[in-house]
Design a protein around this ligand. Structure first.
Ligand SMILES: O=C(O)CCC(=O)C(=O)O
Ligand SMILES: [Fe+2]
Length: 233
Protein backbone atom coordinates (compact mmCIF):
# COMPACT_ATOMS: atom_id res chain seq x y z
CA UNK A 1 0.00 0.00 0.00
CA UNK A 2 1.23 3.48 -0.81
CA UNK A 3 0.55 5.03 2.56
CA UNK A 4 3.61 7.22 2.04
CA UNK A 5 1.75 9.37 -0.43
CA UNK A 6 -0.03 10.83 2.57
CA UNK A 7 3.21 12.19 4.02
CA UNK A 8 2.73 15.80 5.00
CA UNK A 9 -0.84 15.19 6.10
CA UNK A 10 -0.14 14.61 9.72
CA UNK A 11 -2.38 12.10 11.45
CA UNK A 12 -4.24 11.17 8.31
CA UNK A 13 -2.06 8.52 6.69
CA UNK A 14 -3.58 5.08 7.21
CA UNK A 15 -1.82 3.13 9.95
CA UNK A 16 -2.69 -0.05 8.15
CA UNK A 17 -3.95 -1.15 4.76
CA UNK A 18 -7.48 -2.13 4.45
CA UNK A 19 -10.69 -2.52 2.66
CA UNK A 20 -13.62 -2.53 4.95
CA UNK A 21 -17.24 -3.52 4.40
CA UNK A 22 -19.70 -2.56 7.13
CA UNK A 23 -23.35 -3.31 7.58
CA UNK A 24 -25.44 -1.53 10.16
CA UNK A 25 -24.04 2.01 9.85
CA UNK A 26 -27.06 3.08 7.82
CA UNK A 27 -30.58 1.71 8.28
CA UNK A 28 -32.80 0.49 5.44
CA UNK A 29 -35.18 3.33 6.25
CA UNK A 30 -32.40 5.88 5.83
CA UNK A 31 -31.31 4.24 2.59
CA UNK A 32 -34.91 4.36 1.32
CA UNK A 33 -35.10 8.03 2.22
CA UNK A 34 -31.98 8.69 0.15
CA UNK A 35 -33.37 6.70 -2.79
CA UNK A 36 -36.50 8.85 -2.69
CA UNK A 37 -34.35 11.97 -2.61
CA UNK A 38 -32.28 10.98 -5.63
CA UNK A 39 -35.31 9.69 -7.54
CA UNK A 40 -37.20 12.92 -7.02
CA UNK A 41 -34.23 14.93 -8.28
CA UNK A 42 -33.62 12.66 -11.26
CA UNK A 43 -37.28 12.90 -12.23
CA UNK A 44 -36.22 16.34 -13.56
CA UNK A 45 -33.29 14.93 -15.46
CA UNK A 46 -31.35 11.71 -15.64
CA UNK A 47 -28.94 10.50 -18.24
CA UNK A 48 -30.14 9.19 -21.59
CA UNK A 49 -27.58 6.41 -21.08
CA UNK A 50 -27.10 4.05 -18.16
CA UNK A 51 -25.41 6.21 -15.50
CA UNK A 52 -26.89 9.25 -13.79
CA UNK A 53 -25.36 11.25 -10.97
CA UNK A 54 -26.56 13.86 -8.52
CA UNK A 55 -24.08 15.92 -6.55
CA UNK A 56 -25.80 17.74 -3.71
CA UNK A 57 -22.80 20.03 -3.23
CA UNK A 58 -22.28 21.43 -6.68
CA UNK A 59 -25.85 20.72 -7.78
CA UNK A 60 -24.54 18.76 -10.80
CA UNK A 61 -27.16 16.37 -12.12
CA UNK A 62 -27.14 14.25 -15.26
CA UNK A 63 -29.66 15.34 -17.83
CA UNK A 64 -29.87 13.90 -21.34
CA UNK A 65 -26.33 13.62 -22.65
CA UNK A 66 -24.91 16.21 -20.24
CA UNK A 67 -25.36 17.86 -16.87
CA UNK A 68 -27.37 20.70 -15.38
CA UNK A 69 -27.26 22.39 -12.01
CA UNK A 70 -30.40 21.09 -10.28
CA UNK A 71 -30.65 24.17 -8.04
CA UNK A 72 -30.56 26.70 -10.86
CA UNK A 73 -32.59 24.43 -13.14
CA UNK A 74 -35.51 24.32 -10.69
CA UNK A 75 -35.23 28.04 -10.07
CA UNK A 76 -35.25 28.83 -13.79
CA UNK A 77 -38.33 26.67 -14.29
CA UNK A 78 -39.94 28.43 -11.32
CA UNK A 79 -40.28 25.08 -9.55
CA UNK A 80 -39.98 24.62 -5.81
CA UNK A 81 -36.67 23.38 -4.52
CA UNK A 82 -37.09 19.71 -3.71
CA UNK A 83 -34.63 19.04 -0.88
CA UNK A 84 -35.56 19.76 2.72
CA UNK A 85 -33.32 20.61 5.68
CA UNK A 86 -34.01 17.06 6.91
CA UNK A 87 -32.58 15.64 3.68
CA UNK A 88 -29.36 17.61 4.11
CA UNK A 89 -29.19 16.72 7.79
CA UNK A 90 -29.53 12.99 7.06
CA UNK A 91 -26.80 13.19 4.44
CA UNK A 92 -24.48 14.96 6.88
CA UNK A 93 -25.22 12.56 9.73
CA UNK A 94 -24.47 9.57 7.53
CA UNK A 95 -21.29 11.22 6.24
CA UNK A 96 -20.17 11.76 9.84
CA UNK A 97 -20.83 8.12 10.73
CA UNK A 98 -18.79 6.95 7.78
CA UNK A 99 -15.99 9.37 8.61
CA UNK A 100 -15.90 8.07 12.18
CA UNK A 101 -15.78 4.47 10.91
CA UNK A 102 -12.92 5.25 8.52
CA UNK A 103 -10.97 7.03 11.25
CA UNK A 104 -11.41 4.11 13.65
CA UNK A 105 -10.56 1.42 11.10
CA UNK A 106 -7.47 3.14 9.76
CA UNK A 107 -6.24 4.41 13.14
CA UNK A 108 -6.42 8.10 12.29
CA UNK A 109 -8.17 11.13 13.75
CA UNK A 110 -11.53 12.02 12.27
CA UNK A 111 -10.73 15.73 12.70
CA UNK A 112 -8.07 15.24 10.02
CA UNK A 113 -10.53 13.83 7.51
CA UNK A 114 -12.49 16.26 5.40
CA UNK A 115 -15.31 15.71 2.98
CA UNK A 116 -14.08 16.46 -0.55
CA UNK A 117 -15.54 16.66 -4.02
CA UNK A 118 -17.01 15.14 -5.97
CA UNK A 119 -19.36 13.30 -3.67
CA UNK A 120 -22.43 12.08 -5.47
CA UNK A 121 -25.41 9.78 -5.76
CA UNK A 122 -25.37 7.37 -8.67
CA UNK A 123 -28.10 5.51 -10.50
CA UNK A 124 -27.02 2.76 -12.86
CA UNK A 125 -29.08 0.74 -15.32
CA UNK A 126 -28.42 -1.41 -18.36
CA UNK A 127 -29.43 1.38 -20.80
CA UNK A 128 -26.98 1.73 -23.68
CA UNK A 129 -24.23 4.25 -22.92
CA UNK A 130 -24.61 7.51 -24.84
CA UNK A 131 -21.53 9.32 -23.52
CA UNK A 132 -18.33 8.42 -21.67
CA UNK A 133 -20.08 9.46 -18.42
CA UNK A 134 -22.40 6.47 -18.79
CA UNK A 135 -19.49 4.03 -18.89
CA UNK A 136 -19.19 3.21 -15.21
CA UNK A 137 -17.65 -0.22 -15.76
CA UNK A 138 -14.06 0.86 -16.48
CA UNK A 139 -11.26 -0.03 -14.05
CA UNK A 140 -10.00 3.13 -12.35
CA UNK A 141 -8.11 4.48 -9.38
CA UNK A 142 -10.12 7.12 -7.55
CA UNK A 143 -7.14 9.32 -6.67
CA UNK A 144 -6.27 9.50 -10.37
CA UNK A 145 -9.84 9.97 -11.50
CA UNK A 146 -10.87 12.53 -8.89
CA UNK A 147 -7.61 14.04 -7.61
CA UNK A 148 -8.36 14.96 -4.03
CA UNK A 149 -9.57 11.60 -2.69
CA UNK A 150 -7.59 9.92 0.10
CA UNK A 151 -10.35 7.62 1.29
CA UNK A 152 -13.32 6.53 -0.79
CA UNK A 153 -16.53 5.29 0.76
CA UNK A 154 -19.50 3.81 -1.00
CA UNK A 155 -22.93 3.58 0.52
CA UNK A 156 -25.26 1.17 -1.23
CA UNK A 157 -28.92 2.04 -1.35
CA UNK A 158 -30.36 -1.01 -3.11
CA UNK A 159 -29.67 -4.75 -3.22
CA UNK A 160 -27.71 -6.74 -5.75
CA UNK A 161 -29.83 -9.67 -7.03
CA UNK A 162 -33.04 -8.24 -5.58
CA UNK A 163 -33.37 -4.75 -7.05
CA UNK A 164 -30.98 -5.39 -9.93
CA UNK A 165 -28.67 -7.99 -11.39
CA UNK A 166 -25.01 -7.42 -12.24
CA UNK A 167 -23.62 -4.20 -10.75
CA UNK A 168 -21.28 -5.75 -8.21
CA UNK A 169 -18.24 -3.75 -7.10
CA UNK A 170 -14.96 -5.40 -8.07
CA UNK A 171 -11.41 -4.72 -6.83
CA UNK A 172 -9.18 -5.46 -9.80
CA UNK A 173 -6.11 -6.88 -8.04
CA UNK A 174 -3.11 -8.22 -9.94
CA UNK A 175 -3.78 -11.79 -8.79
CA UNK A 176 -7.57 -11.86 -8.81
CA UNK A 177 -10.77 -9.88 -8.83
CA UNK A 178 -12.31 -9.38 -5.38
CA UNK A 179 -15.99 -8.60 -5.12
CA UNK A 180 -18.17 -6.50 -2.85
CA UNK A 181 -21.82 -7.33 -3.15
CA UNK A 182 -23.94 -4.19 -2.80
CA UNK A 183 -26.73 -4.45 -0.21
CA UNK A 184 -29.05 -1.79 1.10
CA UNK A 185 -27.30 0.17 3.86
CA UNK A 186 -23.94 -1.49 3.29
CA UNK A 187 -20.89 0.78 3.41
CA UNK A 188 -17.60 -0.13 1.80
CA UNK A 189 -14.50 2.00 2.22
CA UNK A 190 -10.86 1.86 1.18
CA UNK A 191 -7.84 4.03 0.50
CA UNK A 192 -8.18 5.78 -2.86
CA UNK A 193 -4.71 5.11 -4.34
CA UNK A 194 -3.31 2.68 -6.87
CA UNK A 195 -3.51 -0.12 -4.27
CA UNK A 196 -7.25 -0.17 -4.92
CA UNK A 197 -8.09 -0.23 -8.65
CA UNK A 198 -11.75 -1.13 -9.11
CA UNK A 199 -14.79 -1.04 -11.31
CA UNK A 200 -18.51 -1.66 -11.24
CA UNK A 201 -19.75 -4.63 -13.21
CA UNK A 202 -22.39 -3.81 -15.82
CA UNK A 203 -25.92 -3.83 -14.49
CA UNK A 204 -27.89 -6.39 -16.46
CA UNK A 205 -31.42 -5.55 -15.21
CA UNK A 206 -33.10 -3.25 -12.68
CA UNK A 207 -31.75 -0.11 -11.05
CA UNK A 208 -28.73 0.28 -8.82
CA UNK A 209 -28.46 3.24 -6.44
CA UNK A 210 -25.34 4.16 -4.47
CA UNK A 211 -23.57 7.16 -2.98
CA UNK A 212 -19.87 7.89 -3.36
CA UNK A 213 -18.71 9.82 -0.28
CA UNK A 214 -15.11 10.95 -0.52
CA UNK A 215 -12.65 12.17 2.06
CA UNK A 216 -9.37 14.02 1.87
CA UNK A 217 -6.60 14.77 4.33
CA UNK A 218 -5.87 18.05 2.55
CA UNK A 219 -7.73 20.87 4.28
CA UNK A 220 -7.44 22.98 1.13
CA UNK A 221 -9.57 20.44 -0.71
CA UNK A 222 -12.26 20.27 1.98
CA UNK A 223 -15.86 21.11 1.15
CA UNK A 224 -18.59 22.16 3.54
CA UNK A 225 -21.61 20.00 4.25
CA UNK A 226 -24.37 20.73 1.75
CA UNK A 227 -27.26 22.82 3.06
CA UNK A 228 -30.32 24.49 1.64
CA UNK A 229 -28.13 27.58 1.11
CA UNK A 230 -27.07 25.88 -2.10
CA UNK A 231 -30.27 26.98 -3.76
CA UNK A 232 -30.35 30.49 -2.37
CA UNK A 233 -28.63 33.31 -4.24
O1 LIG B 1 -20.78 2.59 -6.95
C1 LIG B 1 -19.77 1.89 -6.79
O2 LIG B 1 -19.82 0.74 -6.32
C2 LIG B 1 -18.41 2.41 -7.18
C3 LIG B 1 -18.41 3.78 -7.77
C4 LIG B 1 -17.01 4.26 -8.04
O3 LIG B 1 -16.11 3.51 -8.31
C5 LIG B 1 -16.73 5.69 -7.94
O4 LIG B 1 -17.66 6.49 -7.71
O5 LIG B 1 -15.55 6.05 -8.11
FE1 LIG C 1 -14.23 4.57 -8.00
Amino acid sequence: MQALRNVGFHGCAPKRCGRVVMDGLVTSKEAEHLVELVESALSYGGSTGGASILDLHSGAMSKGNGFVNIYSYLKKKKLDQIFTDDDFLLYTQIKNRIRQAIATEFGILQENLYLTKPTFFSRMTNATAKTIHDEYWHVHVDKETYGSFFYTSLLYLTNHNIDYTGGRFIFNDADANRTVEPRTGRVSFFTSGSENPHFVEKVTSGTRYAVTVSFTCDKDQAIRDPTSEAFQD
